[in-house]
Design a protein around this ligand. Structure first.
Ligand SMILES: [Zn+2]
Length: 683
């Protein structure tokens, strides 16, 4: 649930689970999606006091019953459902790989999967698939030759070489597609990994250096050469990281909007022949573009102009190999997993191959695989009901805006205009992406990977000069997630997120409005969070707030930031609430909107108690149970730096402690932990 782009158990139980796991048969493809209810009493911990820790009360049982699988960094209701989707699609893909008389969609997804599953063929090739590219890099003798190879490297090979380029909607005029340059070039998950000086961060940089040397050695480099290349890579990446904006800074769209001419860009980074660069990407004649981080481009120039050619070669070699590693022979794949999954996130073992390959098909042919998924899992009833819920929640938002006591009529009128312009996209795209230009073969996995990357790259560059495709989706149908896009001004709910235990057609309204309703409200609230509010009804970056109303908003969001900054993620690391405030506000606003919509929907009905809960209590338990999770501490440390979402316990307790409706439902009193004072509420 991100703003575009888009979650301890008893010793006896663990050992019991482990011994069971040792005897358990290997998983098989699922013939049908498994069912669990949107309000699950087995997930409760009734020994916990709901007024002191509502997350523990609703999810304590889930935490005990769902230890983190060895191939996962974290485990949650969302992750478990995503895993079920993959296990179901595994069977579909095995069938599509074998069928005769296949549709073009079945041929593409089936053959991509089959090529990925053929590890014997992948292993037999070693690192042969990257040999010719490595040879090109090794042949670079002068600085000019290094700069000359960059455009084609960016065009032909997936890899994080110094910076990123692509296309996107112009922030000021979202009806236009423009070229964008973004900061990049790092191997670690965030620029902060290079600037922090605490013991953990220093250790991770040492482990990263060891990984660089390991993969370079696998391509035949001497230990001495690999050490020199890893020193160079870390030196270059550190300089680029220091010049990169932080994640918090990047949440301000003004900080990443700098329209410049190609001549101005050439003044910032003269080492690169930019007109030639854009021509190679398939966009000749570009004259203006958004240089999102000009200071980064200056620092890049310093690196390009001062590092010696051998250092630049070492950096390029590493980024080529690390990007290719997951698709090369086992030692490369294993080294990549050992650092990025095991060391960084605490994952114990590699996922089974079927999972890796199902994810690969979803990532690269998502709207082909999505067609196979949708026709087997999505019903007209679910579509109609979730569409109705969305409209009811939008009506609730309209009434909230109309009745705000701190906002002027002028700002309200703009807010309502924006609300009414939001487009609701539910389930899957109206028009499926056409993959006919992408050639997929059942043998030669690396070729499929490269062709898929180039197909996507070309698709993005071809958007230049054409009207924005408002029907496009940023997530694939099986994805268990949802998002709001400020510039498209749309909310998007893939089929994957509209299944039990999230949306549950077997349950009544209370847990469904609590769970899926709150998710719909969450995405809708993103249109009016601290980042989303800067865009107008057309998706343009434009300040439509009076200064007094803007101050009113900022005062209210400060309340949320202060509250969430108190929650500890892991060790002594608190939530960076300037990073999470957009999500936190969406959680608070979204739950309130869903509650209002549910009350309206059930007006005049006599609702029964169930499982010892009143209807209001069932709404809140259903809401909280989407967030049940277990996380490895390593993963929590990565999340603390990179994840704009607060951890599950804070997402639930942070919300309900601001809701008198919840406190009344459970009889909570002032002074108890789930009664936050003052109440923080923006919408
Ligand atoms: Zn979100």
């Amino acid at each position: 649930m991100s703003n575009q782009s888009s979650l301890a158990f008893a010793i006896a139980l663990v050992s019991c689970t482990l011994s069971l796991a040792a005897q358990a048969p290997a998983p098989q493809p699922l013939k049908a999606m498994p069912y669990s209810p949107s309000l699950d009493v087995t997930s409760l911990d009734r020994t916990a006091d709901p007024c002191q820790n509502f997350y523990k009360f609703t999810c304590g049982g889930w935490e005990k019953n769902n230890p983190i699988p060895a191939d996962q960094a974290a485990w949650s209701v969302y992750a478990k459902l995503a895993n079920d989707n993959q296990q179901f699609l595994w069977g579909v893909l095995e069938e599509d790989a074998k069928l005769t008389n296949r549709t073009p969609v079945q041929q593409k997804v089936g053959d991509y999967f089959a090529a990925c599953m053929n590890t014997a063929a992948i292993d037999a090739l070693g690192y042969q698939p990257v040999l010719s590219e490595l040879g090109k890099i090794d042949a670079l003798k002068t600085r000019a030759e290094v700069f000359a190879v960059l455009p084609s490297l960016h065009h032909e090979f997936p890899g994080n070489f110094f910076f990123g380029s692509g296309t996107g909607q112009d922030s000021i005029d979202s009806s236009t597609v423009i070229v964008e340059l973004v900061a990049g070039g790092l191997g670690l998950p965030d620029r902060d990994y290079y600037t922090k000086t605490d013991e953990q961060s220093v250790k991770i940089r040492e482990q990263y250096a060891a990984y660089i040397q390991q993969v370079l050695s696998l391509t035949g480099e001497s230990a001495e050469q690999a050490k020199a290349d890893s020193d160079a890579t870390l030196r270059i990446e550190t300089a680029l990281a220091q010049a990169s904006l932080t994640r918090v800074e990047r949440r301000d769209p003004h900080k990443t909007y700098h329209m410049e001419t190609v001549q101005e860009l050439s003044n910032l980074t003269p080492s690169i022949d930019w007109p030639h660069y854009f021509e190679v990407q398939g966009a000749p004649g570009v004259t203006r573009l958004n240089v999102t981080q000009p200071d980064f481009m200056k620092a890049l120039e310093t690196e390009l102009a001062t590092e010696d050619v051998a250092a630049l070669r070492g950096y390029l070699r590493f980024h080529l190999v690390t990007a290719a590693a997951p698709y090369l022979a086992q030692p490369f794949d294993q080294a990549n997993f050992d650092f990025f999954a095991k060391t960084l996130r605490g994952v114990q073992s590699m996922p089974p191959r079927w999972k890796t390959c199902t994810r690969a098909v979803d990532r690269n042919l998502g709207e082909a695989l999505g067609q196979e998924f949708v026709r087997r899992t999505f019903t007209a009833d679910t579509k109609a009901k979730t569409q109705l819920m969305t409209e009811q929640i939008e009506t609730a938002m309209q009434h909230e805006i109309e009745n705000l006591d701190w906002m002027s009529p002028a700002t309200k009128a703009e807010a309502l205009r924006k609300l009414h312009a939001i487009r609701n996209k539910i389930g899957y795209p109206a028009t499926w992406r056409d993959y006919s230009a992408l050639d997929v073969k059942p043998d030669g996995y690396f070729g499929d990977v490269l062709r898929a990357a180039r197909f996507e790259d070309a698709r993005q560059w071809h958007k230049l000069g054409k009207p924005v495709d408002l029907t496009e989706w940023g997530m694939t149908p099986p994805t268990v997630n949802a998002y709001f896009n400020s510039q498209m001004n749309d909310i998007n709910f893939p089929v994957g997120v509209l299944q039990p235990p999230l949306y549950d057609p077997k349950e009544d309204d209370a847990p469904n409005y609590g769970n899926t309703g709150a998710t719909i409200g969450h995405e809708l609230t993103h249109a009016f969070d601290d980042e989303g509010r800067k865009f107008d009804a057309k998706g343009n970056l434009r300040d439509w707030w009076t200064p007094e109303d803007a101050k009113g908003f900022e005062d209210r969001i400060s309340c949320v930031r202060s509250q969430y900054a108190n929650y500890v993620i892991v060790d002594d690391i608190h939530i960076n609430s300037k990073l999470t405030s957009g999500e936190d506000v969406a959680d608070i606003g979204g739950t309130l909107l869903a509650y209002i919509a549910w009350k309206k929907q059930t007006e005049g009905q006599t609702l029964a108690e169930a499982d010892g809960f009143t209807p209001d209590q069932r709404f809140f338990v259903g809401m909280a149970q989407w967030a049940c999770e277990n996380q490895r501490p390593e993963n929590e440390r990565v999340s603390a730096i990179t994840n704009p979402h607060s951890p599950g316990f804070a997402r639930i307790n942070g919300v309900v402690s601001n809701m008198p409706e919840f406190q009344k439902a459970f009889g909570c009193k002032a002074g108890q932990a789930m009664v936050h004072a003052p109440t923080c509420r923006v919408w």
